[in-house]
Design a protein. Structure first.
Length: 193
């Protein structure tokens, strides 16, 4: 019996070493070697300062910026809370969802933005940084007005940030809101120099 316990203990140590340590370090090493930007958090920088991650939604306040999808802080009426992915979802027949979408649409209309599906509904993860091209184009007039820019210029900026389908056929076209707002910031900053 003692021999069986010894073998079991040694086998557990071997599995711990290989699967618990070596496998994790190998995965991290491969990620850092081939996908360094993503492995380090997909950070977006303004000069040397990190301004966000391209993989996680950021809040953008005010009409000068493109708005992303609603996040968990809007769902729970707790601004600036830490958002945990997928913490609260409503079913398609939920009255709370209906009220939430109506409130989002009303808020957007007050800002001069025509509501679209990607602007009034949250994503499954609650932290999706992307919106549909229609959602970005719906905000062009309001953003152009707030920034005193020609509509055609802002529309061209959106067009240059539309990502196509993955591998040409997977998913749907999208616009990363952080990347678009950083391009808008850079454009304005360069314009006012």
């Amino acid at each position: 019996m003692l021999a069986n316990l010894r073998r079991s203990f040694l086998l557990s140590l071997v599995f711990l070493a290989f699967l618990g340590l070596a496998y994790g370090y190998a995965g991290t090493g491969v990620s850092m070697l081939f996908f360094r930007h993503q492995a380090e958090g997909s950070f977006v920088k303004d000069g040397q300062a990190v301004v966000g991650s391209a993989e996680i939604e950021q809040a953008w306040a005010g009409p000068k910026w493109f708005q992303g999808r609603p996040d968990a802080s809007l769902l729970t009426n707790k601004p600036n809370q830490v958002v945990v992915s997928g913490t609260q979802q409503w079913g398609p027949r939920s009255k709370a969802l209906e009220r939430f979408v109506a409130a989002q649409a009303s808020r957007l209309e007050k800002e001069g933005i025509k509501p679209t599906n990607s602007l009034v509904t949250n994503s499954g993860s609650l932290v999706d940084p992307d919106i549909s091209p229609a959602g970005a184009y719906a905000q062009v007039d309001a953003v152009a007005k707030a920034n005193h820019l020609p509509v055609a210029t802002v529309r061209a900026l959106v067009a240059s940030h539309v990502h196509g389908r993955e591998l040409g056929f997977l998913g749907a076209p999208y616009v990363n809101v952080l990347e678009l707002n950083m391009a808008l910031y850079s454009f304005e900053h360069h314009l006012h120099r």
